[in-house]
Ligand binder design. Structure first.
Ligand code: SF4
Ligand code: SF4
Length: 315
């Protein structure tokens, strides 16, 4: 495993386990099997785990960390907090449900640009107080937009930037992959920690997985890469890619059969709540039913959480 420094914290694995793949939005396995995956990743050297309030999976991480030395793990989470109360709610929920005294990274989820960030400033001020108290170690943003990465330079509070990037630019909402690279480069010059997300374009690039991983690995400004993994083989494969090794044929065959898709059940009543949540414009209501455009969908599963009847599933 390769490691990096998260500011003063040394030996943070360059491969971060993105746990959206273990949330109820995407994964219907038992708690025990999900914890087994996290334990396996940990044994293989992964000590960096990303989650979010939205993923509703703090219980899995709590189970996973309970017998570990907390200081040897790095936990990142995020929420849509916009004022003092929602910031306090998010931090207290994370601390309580993870059963931890501190969070290594707390981010504002899905930021769009500097103006959007300013609109959350009351929450940011509360996060800064938590930082002074050591409850949050670092603060940042996650985003699918170049403008948010660019505008992060205007805010010293933002130390950690978690942008979407992949070799085809799939899912970048406001420009090209070249522009995102440039924005990342500038953010790095200003000492932001950069963690890449969606390097496989939400599954679209899985047939070129090594190439897609190499693209992110070879961008020197990227400090770590978060990947959602839901099988032992995926963990092995991503560690192989990080170390620039070739996969053995057994792992290759198993991965090949793991392509995921988004399913909308026939009971959908076409209310449109899910479509309004999709920032990729991948959902449309046609003849009273929701329809997905898989060329646009990056399998983030945020729409699934909007359907209170659970008609959307990532399978
Ligand atoms: S939220 Fe559920 S019921 Fe409403 S359009 Fe989406 S899938 Fe259909
Ligand atoms: S359709 Fe759903 S899973 Fe696909 S990009 Fe939109 S919100 Fe994400």
């Amino acid at each position: 495993m390769k490691y990096t420094n998260l500011f003063e914290k040394e030996n943070v694995s360059k491969l971060c386990y993105g746990t959206l793949s273990l949330s109820f939005l995407q994964n219907f396995d038992s708690l025990e099997s999900k914890v087994n995956l996290l334990n396996y990743a940990f044994e293989r050297g992964i000590n960096f785990y990303d989650t979010a309030e939205l993923y509703d999976n703090y219980n899995i991480l709590k189970e996973f960390i309970k017998d570990k030395d907390r200081d040897k793990l790095t936990l990142a989470t995020k929420s849509y907090a916009y004022d003092k109360q929602t910031a306090e709610f998010s931090v207290n929920k994370a601390l309580k449900e993870l059963n931890t005294d501190y969070l290594d990274v707390f981010m504002l989820h899905e930021q769009e640009n500097g103006n959007n960030f300013r609109g959350h400033y009351e929450a940011v001020e509360r996060f800064m107080k938590y930082k002074e108290q050591g409850v949050i170690r670092h603060f940042g943003i996650s985003t699918h937009r170049i403008a948010a990465v660019r505008d992060s330079l205007q805010f010293d509070e933002i130390e950690f930037v978690f942008p979407l990037i992949n070799m085809m630019g799939i899912g970048i909402q406001d420009g090209t992959v070249g522009e995102m690279r440039e924005a990342i480069k500038n953010a790095k010059k200003h000492n932001k920690f950069i963690m890449a997300m969606k390097i496989y374009g939400g599954g679209h690039l899985i047939n070129q997985a090594k190439k897609a991983f190499d693209f992110a690995r070879n961008i020197s400004e990227i400090d770590s890469i978060a990947v959602g993994m839901s099988t032992f083989e995926e963990i092995d494969a991503n560690i192989c890619y990080l170390e620039n090794n070739e996969l053995n044929i057994n792992i290759k065959n198993k991965i090949r059969n793991q392509k995921r898709t988004l399913m909308i059940e026939e009971w959908c009543v076409g209310c449109g709540k899910c479509a309004s949540k999709c920032s990729q414009n991948a959902l449309r209501i046609i003849d009273g039913k929701c329809v997905v455009d898989m060329d646009k969908c990056v399998l983030c599963s945020y729409c699934a959480g909007e359907c209170t009847d659970f008609f959307i599933k990532i399978v």
